[in-house]
Design a protein around this ligand. Sequence first.
Ligand SMILES: C[S@@+](CC[C@H](N)C(=O)[O-])C[C@H]1O[C@@H](n2cnc3c(N)ncnc32)[C@H](O)[C@@H]1O
Length: 267
Amino acid sequence: MNIIRNKVNHYTHWHFNKFILNEINQKDEVLEVGSGFGEYTFEIAKNTKSLTSIEIDKYKYNFQIEFRNMFEYENITIINKDFNKIDLNKKFDVILFCQSIGFFSNNTIKNSITNLLKKDGKVIILDLINNNIFNLNRNIMKKRRKGKNLIYYALKDAQYFLIKNIPDDKRDEFSILLNKYYKILKKLKYDDSFYDVYKYEIKNSNDIKYFESFFKIKKHIYFSNIFLIPLILISRYKSLYFISKLDKLFKIKFLSFKYVKILYRLL
Ligand SMILES: C[S@@+](CC[C@H](N)C(=O)[O-])C[C@H]1O[C@@H](n2cnc3c(N)ncnc32)[C@H](O)[C@@H]1O
């Protein structure tokens, strides 16, 4: 397996991540919900006191465990549980939802704020903003990847983000780990119940307002790139590069595709 250092993927990813890292400091105890393969987890853990990662999918959880142990991240706790039923005896400075808020009901979110967030803590949400584009993309992917499981492709995307978190001389070890998981994930059979875990809704603005209403101070950062998406058909990497450059210049809400929300100071 040849791991390519995909600069463009890095560029867009780190562009989003930068806004999250700006809000986190070395003293924070962070809870990340729906952490996937650890796309954001490991970089954030490098910049904070401790990180607790909750992931319901057992393959993603196993991968995170192996990645953590292989690259010696000592401040990460990884938990394989359903966040809707979680009972942690601890409060956090930051609760982070990276593309995962849509899996949870308002009730779960309210409970997590009450039971898991410190009084002066923050909630950070990174997500997509446009249902239509997201659904279109998902339907195209489903057709193109018919019969294959999405989780295999999720790891393919995640590898670009994860490689940034390891030193150059450990790339071979990373490659072996990836290959092992590609083999495991490729063998998984397509099964509708498997997709239940991936049932994902983009919260509409009313839902977002519901949990925003618990906070006094809200910051929103929008990434405007929707008008450039057709370019992806020409050259994915070139267009992503321009998209990220333009995102930096124009953060216009009505054209935006992704956003980061920072909610802090409870009422
Ligand atoms: C769209 S992925 C996002 C992964 C990663 N945070 C990222 O931004 O690339 C959402 C993740 O939430 C996880 N998830 C869904 N429902 C969950 C639940 N009830 N408890 C914990 N994790 C859940 C899924 O398994 C999936 O890995």
